[in-house]
Design a protein around this ligand. Structure first.
Ligand code: DAH
Length: 360
């Protein structure tokens, strides 16, 4: 083989063997660069006799064309291989779930969610939100609510008392939200229409009792308020809260010192494989106490019972939260376990409204 033929074979082999574009560029410089092997051959043409130059020139240029062509072809191959490799290494699986931003990762505790839900429902019916302190006086928690001194109903409340003051009076952790009724009646003139959700405390702990729990109190005082109104309000609340079309309720006679008559309300339900369904079935479930406000309570709070009358109720929020969201043990609500909260909690931007759906 001629020297030129050998050179051509060598260069074409080097081109084919180039593994990437940088290696290929080195081959190009070695052949066609200023000091390249083919360039060097072309430089010898000037010193040749015209005949020789004609044949040699054509031969060298033919090699140069072949090499140039091979370089271009190889560069195309390497370029698309590099692109394929990059695409493979940078693939994005668009079907993977989107990672939540930090602001969306937190969860609203089911109790907070339920408080927001019931506030939305009662606000829609025209109730204002009232509040009172967790640390109450014996007077507001018991006496003004018609619990006479020494009455056994006081003992039923398993009260956390603070140490007595020098004058003998004692503060306590409120055992129910009913003292907020007293505060509302002392602060406002009728008509009064309030609900008071909040913390309450009793010395008690098992699967359905925790020393700190939550109630929502309701109070309506006006000239013509009667039990029929109360019944309608509670039925509408239950339908809206449990998101069902029909709730059957049962009113049972009961006793509370601050109401006369006093009633307890059960809702009809069916318990099925650990699930509870409302508006059907054979079971009854107690959810609240209620009644017409006792004339003594009105009088104790500066309202004339011959002019005004009203009704009130107190409902266990933890209880209805457990029922609605299928939470088996009340104590879990207070353990602060992030896994539990991730499971039972709600997305922070999904604020319950009646129009938008409470728990969707
Ligand atoms: N305060 C009562 C309790 O904790 C519940 C209750 C019953 C509240 C009747 C009321 C009511 O307002 O009218 O056991």
């Amino acid at each position: 083989m001629s020297d030129l033929g050998k050179l051509e074979t060598e260069i074409l082999a080097a081109i084919a063997a180039s593994a990437d574009e940088a290696a290929l560029e080195n081959v190009r410089i070695g052949a066609l660069g200023k000091k390249g092997s083919i360039s060097a051959l072309l430089a010898t043409l000037g010193k040749m006799a015209p005949d020789e130059r004609k044949t040699q020139g054509a031969a060298i240029n033919a090699v140069k064309d072949k090499v140039t062509e091979a370089l271009t072809a190889r560069r195309d191959v390497l370029k698309s291989a590099a692109l394929d490799a990059r695409l493979a290494s940078e693939t994005v699986d668009v079907t993977l779930p989107v990672r939540e931003s930090a602001a969306e990762q937190g969860r609203i505790h089911p109790l907070s969610q339920v408080m927001d839900e019931l506030t939305a429902i009662f606000a829609d019916m025209g109730f204002a939100i009232a509040e009172g302190p967790d640390i109450e006086t014996d007077d507001y928690n018991f006496t003004k609510l018609n619990f006479p001194e020494g009455h056994p109903a006081r003992d039923m409340h398993d009260t956390f008392f603070f140490n007595p003051k020098p004058d003998g009076s004692r503060l306590l952790l409120r055992t129910h939200t009913s003292p907020v009724q007293v505060r509302a009646m002392l602060a406002q003139k009728p008509p009064i229409r309030i609900i008071a959700p909040g913390r309450t405390y009793r010395i008690d702990s098992d699967a359905t009792h925790t020393p700190q729990f939550h109630q929502v109190e309701g109070l309506v005082i006006d000239k013509g308020s009667h039990l029929g109104h109360l019944k309608w309000i509670l039925a509408e609340f239950c339908k809206a809260f449990f998101e069902v079309d029909n709730v059957n309720m049962r009113f049972r006679p009961s006793f509370f010192p601050f109401t006369e008559p006093s009633l307890e309300v059960d809702i009809q339900c069916r318990r099925d494989k650990g699930e509870i369904r409302f508006g059907e079935g054979e079971d009854w479930l107690e959810i609240l106490g209620c009644g017409m406000v006792h004339p003594n309570v009105l009088r104790n709070c500066g309202i004339d019972p011959d002019v005004y009358q009203g009704f009130a109720w107190g409902m266990g929020i933890d209880r209805i939260a457990m029922l609605k969201y299928g939470i088996a043990d009340l104590r879990q609500m207070f353990e602060g376990d992030v896994r539990w909260l991730n499971h039972y909690g709600f997305k922070p931007l999904e604020v319950p409204t009646l129009a938008g759906g409470l728990s969707t």
